[in-house]
Design a protein around this ligand. Structure first.
Ligand SMILES: CC(C)(COP(=O)(O)OP(=O)(O)OC[C@H]1O[C@@H](n2cnc3c(N)ncnc32)[C@H](O)[C@@H]1OP(=O)(O)O)[C@@H](O)C(=O)NCCC(=O)NCCS
Length: 252
């Protein structure tokens, strides 16, 4: 079975079609089942660089995939504006998965999260303030979380040359078809192309789907466990490019 994935390069806008054919001997029965499902529903999927026109889709996908979390509680208006900003700022880039006219999934990564947060906090705060104030008036409990989230980049102890995966999410009907991993791979490739030597991602400990998605990356490891807004989070790190064998040569 061959799965066809169409990718458009972030820089050149070049269309590239990748055929991925897993070797049957590498797979156990449950993996073969996943591949079969993916082959049926995912014959042609386009992965494109994220642009501003997808901000509404990104906000909807975020709210659907992360119900009850801090950014979702800040509301749709806030998320649309945040994702519009993401399209404008050089520190951040994204990928979208498209099926016909539908944006099925989205992912974002930052080359320097601390710098990104600082830029938003000091230069673009006025674009986010309206929706934040409206939501805080409705839900004052958000203030504590707001303060903790502002401090978040310092919690992470970022390493040099490290990109951060900020979010990967799909519309519910498109989950469990292998699209999330394709978006993640695209973000990691682009991060490496932009000069990152490793990538970091913070995920909720109980989010099995995203942990499964990261566990498939060769060399991915849990580096820190933190509490963010009362939730247990795991900080994963992986060296880039993914899939390179980094074992030292055996001494004679
Ligand atoms: C995390 C996410 C991007 C994974 O993408 P995906 O394309 O669905 O991943 P896969 O197709 O490789 O799914 C692999 C496995 O993850 C698990 N999984 C995926 N979606 C799941 C769901 N909605 N419920 C339970 N398990 C799920 C399953 O074990 C699945 O394998 P299976 O179908 O054989 O049981 C997607 O589930 C998602 O959008 N989740 C909501 C948003 C989110 O939590 N993002 C992470 C924060 S950064």
């Amino acid at each position: 079975m061959t799965i066809k994935v169409t990718k458009i390069s972030h820089t050149a806008g070049k269309l590239q079609t990748v055929h991925w054919e897993p070797s049957p001997s590498d797979l156990d029965a449950s993996e073969r089942h996943i591949i079969a499902k993916r082959g049926q529903s995912n014959n042609l999927m386009e992965i494109k660089p994220y642009v501003r026109a997808y901000a509404r889709d990104a906000a909807e996908i975020h709210m659907e995939g992360q119900p009850g979390t801090f950014l979702t509680r800040l509301g749709r208006d806030f998320l649309v504006r945040l994702y519009e900003l993401f399209a404008e700022l050089p520190d951040v880039f994204g990928s979208v998965a498209i099926d016909g006219e539908t944006v099925t999934g989205v992912g974002f990564a930052a080359m320097d999260t601390r710098h990104l947060f600082r830029t938003i906090k000091y230069r673009y705060w006025h674009r986010l303030l309206g929706p934040i104030v409206r939501q805080v008036l409705r839900d004052p409990g958000l203030i504590g979380q707001l303060l903790q989230s502002i401090r978040y980049p310092n919690t992470l102890k970022p390493l040099p040359d490290e990109a951060e995966i900020l979010f990967v999410g799909l519309r519910r009907n498109y989950m469990r078809q292998g699209i999330g991993p394709k978006i993640l791979d695209d973000l990691l490739e682009e991060a490496y192309r932009r000069g990152a030597m490793r990538a970091v991602g913070t995920v909720e400990k109980k989010n099995r789907a995203v942990r499964w998605m990261i566990a498939r990356l060769a060399g991915a490891r849990v580096d820190q466990e933190i509490i963010l807004n009362g939730r247990k989070m795991l900080v994963y790190r992986v060296e880039l490019p993914v899939g390179i064998d980094r074992k030292p040569p055996i001494e004679p």
